[in-house]
Design a protein around this ligand. Sequence first.
Ligand code: FAD
Ligand code: N01
Length: 543
Amino acid sequence: NNTHESAVTAETAETDYDAIVVGAGFSGLYLLHRLRDEFDLSVKVIEKADDVGGTWYWNRYPGARCDSESHVYCYSFNDEILEEWDWSERYPEQPEVLEYLRFVADHLDLRRDIDFKREVTSAVFDEAGGRWEITTDDGSQETAQYFVSAVGCLSKPFIPDFDGVDSFEGDWYHTGKWPHEPVDFSGKRVAIIGTGATGIQVIPEVAPEAGELTVFQRTPNYAVPARNRPLDDEDREEIKRNYDEILEKAHNSGFGHPFEAAHETAEGLSREEVEELLQPRWEEGGFRYMLTFGDLITNPETNEYVSEFIRDRIRETVDDPELAEKLVPTDHYYATKRPPLHTNYYETFNRDNVDLIDVLETPIERITPEGVRTTDADYEFDTIIYATGFDAMTGTLLQMDIRGRDGLTLEEKWSDGPKTYLGLSVHGFPNMFTITGPQSPSVLSNMPVSIEHHVEWVSETIKSLVDRDVRLIEPTKNAEDAWTEHNRQVGESTLYTEADSWYMGDNVPGKPRVFTPYVGGVDVYHDTILEAAEKDYEGFELT
Ligand code: FAD
Ligand code: N01
């Protein structure tokens, strides 16, 4: 038996709260409601921003918009909220999602238990007291029996370590920490570095306003048309009439969207037959295209067909054939890096004021006071936009100094990559839970669905343990090892591990190369965590 002998036999020491939650985005808001209003527990949420919203508070760049469809990019737990809130577009823009989360916070009277403008700097497990001590940037400390991280998977902006970033004399921004005031690009010489989901949204918005726009691309990306459109009353009524069914489908699907793959495989079909199946999905737009075939991420033959269809559309759209070839991805399978949706992305490269620099051919050497130096030339800019992504999935968690039993830091524990049980808990860190933690479906799903599954599981667990006077819950090392191994095996049975991506930690130099999200499917995963709870927390030690 590998389980840890609890050194603590005394009663749990007094605590300020039953639970302290870090973060007031989708996850933290719902946790607060569940723990406080459903289960009558004492909770404090600590949030470093000055408002709720998380992702939608920070990512205010032009063009920031959801890729999930609005009617499922929301909470499903409250009928009043579902009934009262009306979405204006198929994919909501950042201000609308932020407004929605503000509406939820007001509707459920959440703000009174959130401390804004406080950043958690450390969380230390006090073994003798069987409680967590949480310290914030103002030097104050509070204690709780449970410590729940709701800090998000994409909340630590990443800027490459170019020499001279701070020497740039113009204005510069990271998309994930965008100012609250509008940024004026009119007539300016603007650089955008990065062509991930963010770059692909911001580039078409900045191009018409800027004097000149230069895009620095390292890896060409496959983008599928979003085909956004306004929703009218008829659309909304239709959705609301069928809401129970739609949400039920989303919650029981592989990706948290209310649709599944239309066809099993493209293997054995002719190119013409495949194209006939892809074309209507392409016309519909959005993630439905990705789910034309069920074996997209396990079968290279299927994937090649689906990838080639996108490549052909890029070649059709971009007027200059040489430029088109630079935009055509060939180094990775479609969807093995997060697949973006676009509105006029490829079309933007037909504009006279837009240039593309291939930084694989001519890498960026440094940022200069005037602009960007590549191995080929010096470019001068008034503004640089870093659309260079995030230290994803583990970055924000590890930014807090989290210490478990025997003073072990989470950073030490995860030095070879994250190890968890069910993506929710870590051996050596009793009474700690991670919403959308590594090794859970999280970023491979429509996230509000995965967030609801986690929040419901964690809040019900805490409630049941408090009622039963259980002091500590901690996964066993065996259970953690087995989950980590399972996670690795499922990841390696797909094409994901062949691409350089932030799913694998490749974007941050020095990060261990491990496939981090769980790819077994939202539905399968949800059944797994429910079953563990039903079997009186199988894989956990309760003391
Ligand atoms: P977050 O929204 O990231 O909230 C975490 C909060 O924790 C933040 O407010 C942060 O300030 C706070 N915090 C972090 N560390 C600390 C600390 N130490 N102390 C105090 N506070 C702290 N997902 C989809 O499913 N569909 C989409 O279409 C989609 N679009 C996206 C678009 C963009 C631009 C980005 C960046 C992400 C997108 N996502 C999308 C993912 C998105 O992050 C999730 O859907 C969801 O918003 C995450 O909610 P969360 O509450 O878990 O985390
Ligand atoms: O970040 P990314 P993102 N030199 O890491 C490039 C969610 N999201 O902010 O591909 C030059 O994907 C890097 O190049 P390469 C979504 O989950 C959702 O765009 O590594 N370039 C890449 O092009 C998404 O996946 C939505 O070669 C460098 C770019 O910067 C996640 O957030 C919208 C570089 C970073 O792309 C992150 O997306 C937006 C360097 N040194 C975001 N380092 C929607 O749902 C990095 N790059 C709509």
